[in-house]
Design a protein around this ligand. Sequence first.
Ligand SMILES: NC(=O)c1ccc[n+]([C@@H]2O[C@H](COP(=O)([O-])OP(=O)(O)OC[C@H]3O[C@@H](n4cnc5c(N)ncnc54)[C@H](O)[C@@H]3O)[C@@H](O)[C@H]2O)c1
Length: 347
Amino acid sequence: MKLLVTGGAGFIGSAVVRLAVARGHAVVNLDALTYAACLDNVAPVADSPLYRFEQADIRDAAALKRVFETHAPDAVMHLAAESHVDRSIDGPGTFIDTNVTGTYTLLEAARGHWLQRGRPGDFRFHHISTDEVFGSLGPTGKFTEETPYRPNSPYSASKAASDHLVRAWHETYGLPVVLSNCSNNYGPYHFPEKLIPVIILNAIAGKPLPVYGDGSNVRDWLYVEDHARALLTVLAKGRAGRAYNIGGGAECRNLALVETLCAILDELRPDSAGPHARRITFVEDRPGHDARYAIDATRIREELGWQPAVTLEEGLRRTVSWYLDNQDWWRKLQSRAGVGKRLGRAG
Ligand SMILES: NC(=O)c1ccc[n+]([C@@H]2O[C@H](COP(=O)([O-])OP(=O)(O)OC[C@H]3O[C@@H](n4cnc5c(N)ncnc54)[C@H](O)[C@@H]3O)[C@@H](O)[C@H]2O)c1
């Protein structure tokens, strides 16, 4: 199968590209190479005859038309997005442009290609989204595919809008779409502005380890390679028009997560002056910070036979080891705009 993967130079997109090529799929990676992109993420497959790269913006209809005509993909996996909640608080406009207008432009390009090929029923437009579209949970309960949308940040609102567009293109035009909404990912190649890499890199540098608010926010963590496997499963077996929730079944409070990372670092990179956890520092909370996310992944498990393979403890250990072993990768990214700065304060 020939896949057009958007955002394939980002964190999750590159995991999808690496896995898809390893499984023998032809992959066209379309990415605008924003501040969040890094082509080193796909270096392991860059020389494969199955791999192609197209630098293009999903808001550029003419460029998309050319890419569809040149490569004639059998499916689109759409991951390109602005993805950092804190940046969406400081500059929501880019999130609306890329996540909403960009998804609309890509849908139209995909629809043109699908019509031109005679509306093949096995074509897929797979939209990759987040559980943040469902808003925030109280202490109990989980998000199912039927949970009403209630996004709270400019990021999650823009993703919610894009989900609605994708569903509408199925209902109105019959485009064979599938959607997936996933919980927080972590693992190798995670851009050094997100919580887990920030903690690891600050610990290595002997800097304070920032925890927003009182650290009580709960996230359901999924190892990125498990997500990539789930996405290829949804693409291959998911029913057109249907949404699938994807989660790790690994709920953890932010403070407990940071403490676990500190314990792993104490083992793998001890600090002679004392335990890493002594540097944990509580900082001003993110405005509108959702209290808890948790995924009910029954549908993808029972209908499609997917479940996570990597436990949170094992995944965090692999992640810390990866950042310790790949310092060239992240040191280059630390000079990019905004990295290492506190973003997304109430204004
Ligand atoms: N990171 C998570 O925990 C998580 C969880 C669930 C869903 N998601 C979703 O998965 C997708 C990928 O997330 P990620 O964490 O890998 O993001 P990322 O920020 O690491 O990567 C995004 C990629 O998209 C590219 N991009 C941005 N704007 C573009 C544009 N206008 N045209 C073309 N390319 C553009 C960037 O250059 C980058 O390579 C996003 O849609 C996100 O909403 C992420």
